[in-house]
Write a new protein. Structure first.
Ligand code: NAD
Ligand code: AKB
Length: 323
């Protein structure tokens, strides 16, 4: 199996997004700036991504563009983060299908053709649907999502596992919960309220939340997200029974509990609730997930709980918004 070789030249797709903008820098710390090629459809918002290593424009639905960059830099590992998330996906299902399915197919085909060492393909709690137990969602569960995004994520998991079995390509992935971070705004998901609320609390002391106060979803703070991603990619392949579909838990809380925790730091903060179409998506997802497979197979354990995450977010974001 190819995983005995070392990862030396890493390509990140969707590098300007919420996760990519921070994961790329973490990878550059680890492998050296010039060895991590950031790519996206759009230009980087922050100088950091361009200053610390190469950046190339890449539309993942265009296989020849991907192929050219892989050849140019002699890429042996891909972190494939380019995707259309749940809320945008419901507003434009054909785009979600094209980017999430055809883009992934191109990445896996090129990775196999170039005998790559490893490929990371994130999945999501969006693979679950109303028929899955919600508290917690088991590792092995009924996967009948009701969103186009969820449907593409289930297909992505199956496709990744197919390349592992059929071609011996080392493909790995986790079902990320909603990610909370202070660097880059999220890109059109249902869990975006859990980030927007911090900006609104600091800037306006008011937030109108688009899900109900009692809505509980699995979430994770970015430092845990980055740590989990690097841990899985460095795990011994021989210990992995799963490959592309690890449940991954951080913390779970209701929108009301999040607002109350922020209010401890900003006492005059007011949160109102006006659910929109995203409520239905949130209601189809679990409240918590069972991540015992990730814990057993590669030693996963999160570090942040609600109070430590909120305190750190407020501190980092206040500093950023003041500068
Ligand atoms: P994001 O929306 O913030 O970033 C995605 C990036 O992909 C954007 O910069 C966008 O410009 C780029 N992109 C879109 N279409 C493209 C195309 N055709 N070619 C190249 N780039 C394209 O997303 P994210 O939150 O950083 O998510 C990264 C991955 O993690 C995705 O697979 C997503 O499904 C998964 N995930 C994210 C979360 C979360 O809460 N952030 C949760 C679960 C899973
Ligand atoms: C979304 O809300 O679409 C993402 C996800 C959980 O996959 N944050």
């Amino acid at each position: 199996m190819s995983n005995h070789r070392e990862m030396k030249r890493v390509l990140v797709t969707g590098a300007c997004g919420q996760i990519g903008s921070e994961l790329t820098l973490a990878l550059r710390e680890k492998y050296g700036g010039e060895n991590v090629i950031a790519t996206d459809l759009r230009p980087p918002q922050k100088p950091g991504l361009c200053d610390s290593g190469p950046f190339e424009f890449l539309d993942v639905t265009q296989r020849e563009q991907l192929e050219a960059i892989v050849r140019k830099y002699n890429v042996d590992t891909i972190y494939h983060l380019a995707a259309i998330l749940s809320a945008t996906g419901e507003q434009n299902p054909p785009l979600a299908w094209d980017v999430n399915i055809n883009g992934l197919y191109n990445v896996l085909e090129v990775a196999q053709e170039h005998q790559m060492v490893r490929v990371f393909v994130p999945s999501s709690i969006a693979v679950f649907g109303p028929e899955t137990p919600r508290d917690p969602a088991p590792q092995e569960a009924v996967l009948r999502p009701t969103t186009m995004y969820g449907l593409t994520k289930v297909t992505g998991e199956l496709l990744g596992n197919y390349y592992v079995r059929r071609f011996g390509l080392d493909v790995r992935g986790v079902r990320y919960p909603g990610i909370i971070s202070s660097e880059t705004l999220p890109g059109g998901g249902t869990t975006d309220y859990a980030v927007e609320i911090f900006y609104a609390a600091i800037q306006h002391k008011r937030y109108t939340c688009f899900v109900r106060e009692d809505t509980v979803l699995p979430m994770m703070y970015m430092p845990d997200c980055i740590r989990a991603t690097l841990m899985l990619m460095e795990a011994d392949f021989a210990r992995l029974k799963h490959h592309t579909d690890f449940n991954l838990a951080g913390l779970s809380f209701s929108a009301g509990e999040l607002a109350a925790e922020i209010k401890k730091h900003i006492p005059d903060f007011v949160c109102e609730y006006q659910p929109d179409f995203r409520q239905q998506i949130a209601d189809s997802w679990p409240r918590t997930v069972d991540d015992s497979a990730a814990r057993e197979e590669w030693g996963w354990s999160p570090q942040y709980d609600l109070p430590t995450m909120v305190a750190d977010m407020l501190e980092k974001l206040s500093r950023k918004l003041a500068s």
